[in-house]
Design a protein around this ligand. Structure first.
Ligand SMILES: *[C@@H]1O[C@H](CO)[C@@H](O)[C@H](O)[C@H]1NC(C)=O
Ligand SMILES: *[C@@H]1O[C@H](CO)[C@@H](O)[C@H](O)[C@H]1NC(C)=O
Ligand SMILES: *[C@@H]1O[C@H](CO)[C@@H](O)[C@H](O)[C@H]1NC(C)=O
Ligand SMILES: *[C@@H]1O[C@H](CO)[C@@H](O)[C@H](O)[C@H]1NC(C)=O
Ligand SMILES: *[C@@H]1O[C@H](CO)[C@@H](O)[C@H](O)[C@H]1NC(C)=O
Ligand SMILES: *[C@@H]1O[C@H](CO)[C@@H](O)[C@H](O)[C@H]1NC(C)=O
Ligand SMILES: *[C@@H]1O[C@H](CO)[C@@H](O)[C@H](O)[C@H]1NC(C)=O
Ligand SMILES: *[C@@H]1O[C@H](CO)[C@@H](O)[C@H](O)[C@H]1NC(C)=O
Ligand SMILES: *[C@@H]1O[C@H](CO)[C@@H](O)[C@H](O)[C@H]1NC(C)=O
Ligand SMILES: *[C@@H]1O[C@H](CO)[C@@H](O)[C@H](O)[C@H]1NC(C)=O
Length: 533
């Protein structure tokens, strides 16, 4: 009875208090979570929201009104380690909780997605800094032996932030959220899959892009790819201009028409077995218009599945069609820094180790240590998608991914599929679907229809064309969870020059794996001219 009166009084005081006041005086009551509010800020509609940290930034003046609550969360009492999280609470709330992921080894609240996705669409949004501050490509914070920071980045900070964030939502609005969703790409994809397996109650629907879920294999593969063309002054190095102006046009010449339309986009690169031999230099030919034999060998290695010496599978290779973007990934003149940091600061604990020292023993060491239990390779998703929970997972990946082979997403999907079929009576298609995106680079961008509401897309001026379930993958997830309408096909948009301000380029369907996009005739700029088969 007393509790009821208190609740009524509380609800009354809430509606009687203005939002800026309620925000300004907000503090967490009770001891349900090991977190304290460190700051609150109320932003009126169209106020300037300018926030920067080493991982993410936002600077806009067109958001609806919201309350920003900053939290400090104790992640290990003994070590007195903490993580920070932001909860952004829109004045006009849709009743849902939305958690976001991070990227690379980055530490910092994902303020970009909090603003461009959560507040813009009316979700109560939450993001953690993962327990440290750093840029995405910097792993030096991890060590050697900074064990609590490694565990926090791997999974602990996110889970504790979800629990604390939900409590903030409940106390701020005076009622709990009704469904909880997640959106993340790359490391954010890994974090989402980890949540599904380790904390299946945290979310009802998890949307993951190109997950870095198998770090112990992704990192040696990245090094392997770099070493195929390194050093820059060797005969095997391939300049970016050669990738873009020599190799890519030849791949298109050999394969572009296989999907029915010669438009510069390979809709199913698995069908393309292009041969770089056709580009071998003739005696006396200008060498920037052709390939020498070492470069041809390197290309074969880079586009092949990578096995270690004893034929153990490590990782899939690059797929044809993304050559223009690959030098911005792993085959540029400067090696991608994350793999070396992974071994230096998480696995070997030797800050002088260099990537040319990679060997099979080191690969196995990464496998056996699995620092912070960061990897997500267990194919058993029963806890999340089983009958007692009925969680949903939507995964997406670009065929032109320059940092994590698209083959990794397919490999994980197929591994889960096979395991669940062999060990349960569940139909994987009822709860886990993968959508492939022709011509999209890592998480966003590239040259295909690549905007559909994925993590980071709106913040990069590539928003979905509308927030309905056909055009926006998060809305598609909501329909699946709340109305049991499963997404069969999505429609993505290419904004001219990947910038919404330059207008519509074209629209295309995104197909559910293993279906592939085929041109069926008509106006190539319209999604209706294509089918998934
Ligand atoms: C709280 O946030 C406001 C607005 O960003 C800022 O001006 C102020 O310095 C912050 N206070 C603390 C204690 O961090
Ligand atoms: C915010 O800006 C938009 C677009 O300029 C405008 O339509 C809206 O009225 C503004 N809202 C407020 C509360 O100022
Ligand atoms: C917490 O930190 C202490 C001190 O670093 C460590 O011994 C302990 O294993 C940590 N506990 C967990 C659960 O990580
Ligand atoms: C824990 O760290 C905070 C600062 O992060 C400090 O204020 C506090 O005194 C520390 N507590 C203990 C028990 O060391
Ligand atoms: C390197 O440090 C991490 C974190 O303390 C530890 O898990 C790992 O076992 C260490 N590696 C070796 C080879 O000792
Ligand atoms: C490449 O450059 C390194 C120094 O940067 C030099 O030691 C090496 O001899 C050069 N290799 C070739 C093939 O020119
Ligand atoms: C070789 O080709 C490149 C690229 O087409 C061009 O820039 C360069 O001038 C050519 N070199 C010679 C010696 O013709
Ligand atoms: C592999 O690399 C490690 C670290 O650089 C080194 O200690 C070890 O001897 C190497 N093993 C082999 C078989 O080369
Ligand atoms: C590869 O297999 C051979 C023969 O079984 C074994 O002697 C060797 O240790 C293996 N290499 C590695 C890196 O495990
Ligand atoms: C998109 O275009 C606008 C207007 O030209 C420009 O201000 C903005 O920086 C562009 N966005 C990106 C990500 O380049």
């Amino acid at each position: 009875m007393l509790a009821l009166i208190a609740l009524l009084l509380f609800s009354f005081s809430q509606s009687a208090t203005s939002s800026p006041t309620r925000c300004g005086s907000f503090a967490l009551r009770g001891s349900a979570v090991n977190a304290i509010v460190t700051n609150t800020t109320f932003y009126r509609a169209n106020d300037t929201v300018a926030i920067t940290n080493p991982f993410s930034s936002i600077d806009v003046n067109n958001l609806p009104a919201f309350c920003r609550v900053e939290l400090s969360i104790t992640t290990n009492t003994t070590a007195n380690s903490t993580a920070h999280a932001d909860v952004w609470l829109p004045e006009s709330w849709n009743g849902r909780f939305l958690g976001f992921g991070n990227g690379g080894f980055g530490g910092g609240v994902n303020v970009a997605d909090l603003g461009f996705v959560a507040v813009t669409e009316g979700f109560a949004g939450m993001s953690t800094d993962t327990g440290h501050l750093s840029e995405a490509v910097d792993g030096s914070w991890a060590g050697p032996h900074n064990d609590n920071a490694i565990v926090d980045w791997s999974w602990r900070a996110l889970h504790l932030s979800v629990v604390a964030g939900k409590e903030v939502v409940r106390q701020y609005y005076g009622k709990p959220h009704h469904k909880a969703y997640y959106l993340g790409c790359s490391t954010g994809g890994r974090q989402g899959l980890k949540e599904a397996q380790r904390f299946p109650d945290d979310f009802d629907g998890i949307v993951v892009g190109s997950p870095a879920n198998w770090m112990a294999h992704l990192q040696p593969w990245s090094i392997h790819v770099s070493l195929e063309i390194m050093p820059v002054n060797s005969s095997r190095f391939i300049p970016a201009a050669t990738w873009a102006e020599v190799i890519h046009p030849e791949v298109l010449k050999q394969c572009d028409i296989l999907d029915g339309l010669a438009d510069g986009i390979l809709n199913d690169p698995r069908k393309c077995s292009s041969r770089p031999e056709t580009l071998a230099c003739r005696p006396g030919q200008n060498t920037s218009t052709c390939l020498n034999l070492d470069q041809i060998h390197a290309i074969h290695q880079i586009f092949s599945t990578y096995f270690e010496t004893n034929q153990t599978f490590i990782f899939n290779g690059y797929y044809p069609g993304g050559e223009v973007g690959y030098p911005q990934g792993l085959v540029g003149a400067v090696p991608f820094p994350i793999p070396q940091d992974y071994y230096r600061f998480f696995v070997i604990n030797d800050t002088t180790w260099t990537m040319d020292l990679l060997n099979d023993t080191i690969i196995r060491l990464g496998d056996s240590i699995d620092p912070g239990t960061m990897d997500v390779i267990d194919p058993d998703l029963t806890a999340f998608i089983g009958p007692s929970r009925k969680g949903k997972i939507l995964q997406y990946v670009g065929w032109a991914d320059e940092l994590i082979s698209v083959g990794n997403s397919i490999h994980f999907y197929e591994t889960v599929h096979a395991f669940m079929q062999a060990n349960t009576h569940l139909n994987i298609d009822d709860s886990y679907r993968l959508f492939t995106v022709p011509g999209m680079t890592h998480c966003l961008g590239g040259f295909g229809a690549n905007a559909f509401g994925g993590s980071g897309q709106a913040a990069a001026d590539m928003p979905s064309s509308s927030f309905d379930a056909q055009h926006d993958i998060l809305s598609a997830m909501i329909e699946w969870v709340e109305k049991d309408v499963a997404p069969e096909i999505l429609t993505a948009i290419y904004w001219n020059n990947n910038n919404v301000s330059q207008g519509v380029g074209f629209t295309r369907p995104l197909c559910k794996y293993p279906q592939m996009l085929v041109f069926t005739g008509g106006e190539p700029s319209r999604a209706t001219s294509f089918r998934c088969m």
